[in-house]
Design a protein around this ligand. Structure first.
Ligand code: SF4
Length: 313
């Protein structure tokens, strides 16, 4: 029996960056820290960070009389009103907005200020969409369902961008709806999909087929975990979903199996390694090492380049 971690699994660069930021602030100040909304949809990682002093509040909590003086903005970003409100309240913001999301916010604002109809293809209540819309004075349009295109003026130039984490197919289907509706005007499209998560489905399909059993590790509130578990199930009948190593059932494994351990963009790599090592210890399976650290370093480097705005992408 062999066990390995999917080399592409684990935090995306933006989540890894904001988690490191939170840990650094708590270590330097030796004080607890609050984030505006849950920093990540993974209860195991939330529990680990809360032991270090991280908790979360909502916008009302930031404005309350006994509210915090320092607040972390998570990777999804926030609309400008949040920054203005924090300034009025004397709250210091630590900005963990992912540089890929900041780039989308800047692109959207530029086109909005040029007088174009800005369309965000994404989920209307997703915090990233709300943030980008806010950067257009809340006047950008969100297209999620087909009827949403009817909000647009079919005679005015349209500029389209995507919520960073939607699938390419989903994005392209909605672009086609808009082009059909606004066929008399120029429709400009900027592909703002996050390249760290685009293609994750097809990579996971390959990995799920390569192994005999696949274990998806992820948070119960994570929609990315549910979607990727669906991919595993489609490719491999012997797919199982767990929150952590305590949910492993060793009757799932047979003597000559290769067991793959995978996770979503919100599953920490240390947890994947813990699941892998627990399977190794309990079954005697040989532990195969992966290359995720190398990939993580590449992502961190690219994000830093985007942040400095000196990348060629
Ligand atoms: S934009 Fe990409 S790297 Fe940034 S937080 Fe979202 S998925 Fe992660």
């Amino acid at each position: 029996m062999k066990v390995l971690v999917d080399p592409r699994a684990g935090f995306c660069g933006g989540v890894r960056r904001v988690v490191k930021m939170a840990e650094k602030v708590m270590e330097e100040t030796r004080l607890p820290l609050v984030s505006l909304g849950d920093i990540i949809h993974n209860e195991v990682e939330i529990a680990r960070l809360s032991e270090q002093g991280l908790s979360s509040i909502d916008h009302g909590g930031m404005a309350s009389d006994c509210g915090p003086k320092k607040v972390l903005i998570r990777a999804h970003g926030e609309p400008p009103e949040t920054y203005e409100r924090a300034k009025q309240l004397g709250v210091e913001l630590i900005d963990g907005t992912c540089p890929v999301v900041t780039r989308s916010q800047n692109i959207a604002r530029k086109h909005y200020e040029a007088g174009e109809q800005v369309v965000i293809i994404g989920k209307p209540y997703h915090p990233e969409t709300i943030g980008i819309k806010g950067h257009c004075d809340n006047k950008a349009y969100v297209v999620y369902e087909r009827d949403d295109v009817k909000q647009l003026d079919p005679n005015k130039k349209v500029f389209i961008l995507a919520q960073t984490t939607v699938s390419r197919e989903w994005f392209e289907e909605r672009i086609a709806w808009i082009k059909e509706y606004a066929h008399n005007v120029e429709v400009q499209v900027e592909n703002t999909l996050c390249r760290f998560v685009v293609g994750r489905d097809s990579d996971l399909e390959v990995f799920a087929k390569q192994v005999d059993v696949i274990i998806m590790v992820g948070g119960t509130k994570s929609s990315n975990t549910k979607a990727l578990y669906g991919v595993c199930k489609r490719m491999n009948d012997r797919a199982h979903l767990i929150v952590d190593e305590s949910e492993l059932d060793y009757s799932w494994f047979r003597e000559s199996d290769t067991i793959g351990v995978t996770g979503s963009a919100s599953t920490p790599h240390w947890l994947l390694e813990k699941v892998r090592d627990t399977i190794g210890q309990q079954t005697g399976a040989e532990i195969l090492r992966d290359t995720a650290n190398w990939e993580a370093q590449q992502q961190d480097h690219e994000l830093a380049a985007i942040e400095k705005d000196d990348c060629s992408c």
